[in-house]
Design a protein around this ligand. Structure first.
Ligand code: ADP
Ligand code: GLC
Length: 499
């Protein structure tokens, strides 16, 4: 996991099961995946015939001609659900995160690595597992962008038993990450040179993985209705707005849900005290625990606003650095949990040093601590310059931790601003910042401090926030309906012939 993509692809398959849809995820066998399986006694590289090997499920395909080195696809059960793994140690058995080494630099062969990943997915869609074949392949982000291209171009893996009309969905989780690589990679990935055109794989002279997916997939989705509109504009389209406008009829925005078994304040094992909407006083125990853990003054009257985020320009963290003094002026506190751009990390660390007891900063990635942040803080800040969906504001709503968010993308779609009308109707759940500037952020922080001083209003907003449905039910039903529409569409797979 490096961010929200993991939360979404982890939760969606389970949410689809009650809707009669079996979704089988395919993941590279990263060291973290292999280690998580080892923890439950599954050793995917154990010698055949051993117990650990039999627990590891079975090899459904040997991929001798996988680009970048041999690989195999395993099928196993994890948390009682089917999971395919692409095991290709030369490509994926590496230290660091999925995309970069321990020094933080992207692997130079990422194009080959994720081209091979898409190749393996296309192999599965083409009958590589003799016992199961998908009707729809759902590709997430640039890492899977070539899947629709392989299938549509009948390229890549040999079609042993290619489904005549397997359909493809391409989901954009963040248009800023597109996977652009050298055109020279097309040949080793088995992609035809003739497809390297603007009506195909080419993106401003590069081989564009996400571009290819957006061009060749039958249906396109992104993770909120507002972002679906935004990415059709030059301002947010990152050079793909033309293609997205041309395919607007095939593009749908479906807002993410959250996994309510993992994010439930009543049962969350990482909290000091569990609570729900009827026992909100217990949230104060978590606030005290968080303040203690971070060395903040144990002041229950101070608005404790938190951040759990990648520390990047996208997330507006530089704006927050400048606006934070407004929070202090209103008597508030700031707690930051994040990692990312080194300059931002250093700036937050300096800010914490400058304001002991008032501002605290934890640099790093700490999943259990992120739960205590949500449980203990009064508000969560998400001042993103753009945000396809955003999940931390949804966790905040579920935990009665009121979101202070930029009015963009999924943030605009999920948080109801505490304006007079919304307050009067009792539906306000947070604060929206627009435009996304230091000044507007200061204004929102001042508004939050003022409302926090009025406990009745604040509690009313917390109740409204915790009532808001943020689970997967509605959104999973939207995906299910989309898959059904695709499968019911007669004829061979579509995609676009021409832009
Ligand atoms: P993005 O995917 O753009 O980073 P999202 O809001 O969709 O943003 O998802 C971020 C996910 O990563 C959330 O689950 C959030 O709790 C988690 N997260 C981000 N930073 C940290 C951190 N430093 N420690 C723990 N969890 C983090
Ligand atoms: C991306 C986006 C984020 C979204 C997540 C899951 O990382 O930046 O807004 O919530 O994907 O869809």
């Amino acid at each position: 996991k490096t961010g929200g993509l993991a939360d979404v692809t982890g939760a969606l398959p389970a949410a689809l099961t009650p809707m009669g849809i079996e979704m089988r995820p395919l993941l590279p066998a990263y060291p973290a995946v292999v280690a998580a399986l080892a923890n439950i006694g599954v050793d995917i590289r154990a010698a055949p015939g051993t117990d650990a090997a039999s627990a590891a499920g079975r090899v459904v395909a040997e991929l001798a001609d996988l680009p970048g080195g041999p690989g195999r696809i395993l099928l196993l059960k994890y948390l009682n659900r089917p999971l395919y793994l692409l095991d290709s140690p030369s490509l994926f058995d590496r230290e660091g995160n999925p995309y970069s080494g321990p020094d933080g630099a992207d692997w130079p062969d990422n194009g080959l690595r994720f081209g091979a990943f898409a190749w393996a997915a296309a192999a599965l869609a083409s009958g590589a597992d003799a016992n199961w074949q998908p009707e729809v392949v759902h590709a997430h982000d640039w890492q899977a962008g070539l899947v629709p291209a392989y299938l549509r171009l009948s390229a890549g893996p040999k079609a042993t038993n290619r489904h005549p009309s397997v359909k493809t969905v391409m989901t954009v989780h963040n248009l800023a990450f597109q996977g652009q690589f050298s055109p020279a990679l097309a040949a080793p990935l088995g992609l035809p040179a003739t497809a390297f055109t603007v009506d195909g794989l080419e993106y401003y002279g590069s081989l564009g993985f996400l571009k290819a997916g957006l061009f060749f997939a039958d249906a396109l989705t992104t993770v909120s209705p507002t972002y679906a509109l935004e990415i059709q504009t030059p301002e947010h389209g990152m050079g793909l707005d033309g293609l997205l406008r041309a395919r607007a009829a095939d593009l749908e925005g479906i807002v993410n849900g959250i996994d309510e078994t993992i994010w439930n304040p009543a049962t969350d094992p990482h909290l000091a005290a569990g609570y729900d909407a009827s026992t909100m006083e217990r949230k104060a125990v978590n606030k005290r625990a968080l303040q203690e853990r971070l060395g903040l003054a144990p002041d229950r009257h101070a608005l404790l606003a938190c951040v759990v985020s990648r520390l990047t320009h996208q997330k507006g963290m530089d704006l927050l650095l400048e606006a934070a003094s407004e929070l202090l002026a209103g008597g508030g506190q700031l707690a930051v949990l994040g990692s990312g751009e080194l300059a931002l990390e250093a700036a937050f660390a300096r800010l914490a040093v400058a304001h002991p007891g008032r501002i605290a900063c934890v640099l790093g990635y700490d999943e259990p601590l992120s739960h205590l942040f949500q449980g203990g803080a009064d508000a969560i800040l998400v001042p993103s310059r753009f945000e396809p969906c955003g999940l931390t504001q949804l966790y905040g709503l579920r935990y009665g931790t009121l979101p202070i968010v930029a009015r963009t993308g999924g943030l605009a779609d999920t948080v109801i601003d505490a304006n007079h009308a919304a307050l009067a109707m009792g539906v306000a759940t947070g604060f929206q910042v627009a435009p996304v500037t230091v000044q507007a952020l200061r204004f929102a922080l001042a508004r939050a401090c003022a409302l926090f001083a009025d406990p009745t209003t604040w509690r009313g907003m917390q109740q409204a926030a915790m009532r808001q449905p943020v689970g997967w039910q509605v959104s999973a039903a939207s995906y299910a309906a989309l898959y059904r529409r695709l499968v019911e569409t007669a004829g061979p797979a579509g995609g676009r012939e021409k832009t």
